[in-house]
Write a protein that binds this ligand. Sequence first.
Ligand code: NAD
Length: 295
Amino acid sequence: MTARISLEGKVAVVTGAGGGLGRAYVELLAERGARVVVNDLGTDVSGFGKDSTIAEDVADLIRSRGGEAIANSSDVSTPDGGSNLIATTIEHFGRVDLLVNNAGICGSQPFVDATLDDFDQYWRVHLGGPVNTVKAAWPHMVAQRYGKIVLTTSVAGLFGIRGQATYAAAKCGVVGLMRILAIEGAEHGILVNTISPAAYTRMHPAAGSRTPEAEGRRTMPVEAVAPAIVWLASDECSETNSIYNVEAGAIQRIAIVMGPGFSDPHLTPESIAENFAKVQAIEGFSEPGPIEPGT
Ligand SMILES: NC(=O)c1ccc[n+]([C@@H]2O[C@H](COP(=O)([O-])OP(=O)(O)OC[C@H]3O[C@@H](n4cnc5c(N)ncnc54)[C@H](O)[C@@H]3O)[C@@H](O)[C@H]2O)c1
């Protein structure tokens, strides 16, 4: 049986931790002994407004339970916000072991109504957030020869949800970012994984509609996702470059795989048409690994 996993001595930064999933992450990280930095700009679900008290309230709660926590209300969608968050972390705790990029915004509109400015707003939070915070944390992790980074994707991007082009495009970009961070981090002892969570929060599509609130909170609580963050943060986990779906007490790896396909040195449009069933078949798939330039 696995001994109780402890994060004693580790410093964990979680963005967007003033509510929803992020709050559950910092609560469990602190319970397992990590010193935590609770970042949250305090926006509404669409990314508008500001409220620094929500991060402070969560940090207060953790301290009241005997944990170590500080609050930070930087906007991680800006380079200054990312730098400020990590500078504050180093100033208070002297290191950064875990960086969970969780901050996010959500909305719904048909693709035809989404402007490039709308895409830009989602890109800046979901993909810009990780870029800004990882850029600031990276030199510290390299110097320590140790670091764990968790990014957040969504089934909206991986599998598709109607009306979420802006959100989905940004959330899938996160997977591409993970691939490269995992490759470039490996030589420095930096491990990078991505979580695809589902839990009943103000952001979940079921909120306020199909699922009655009490039922949603019971069957898909945020607390059911947090153990995956502690596992990824722990020294017991040496995984990198993986995506995990975590919801309602279940966890499973999500992979991008390639079918065996059809090949012909004289490929023609007609031979593709004739062999399309083989082109489409996924049985006997492989999971390609990183590509080294020049190979
Ligand atoms: N809830 C789900 O089922 C679900 C599903 C898939 C993915 N996700 C992802 O999980 C993450 C957490 O979502 P949630 O459901 O807890 O939503 P949430 O709205 O409760 O939490 C997101 C938090 O991020 C903060 N935030 C937004 N922009 C910020 C910025 N620029 N800087 C700092 N903080 C900022 C918000 O103030 C908010 O507290 C998001 O990345 C979301 O896309 C959630």
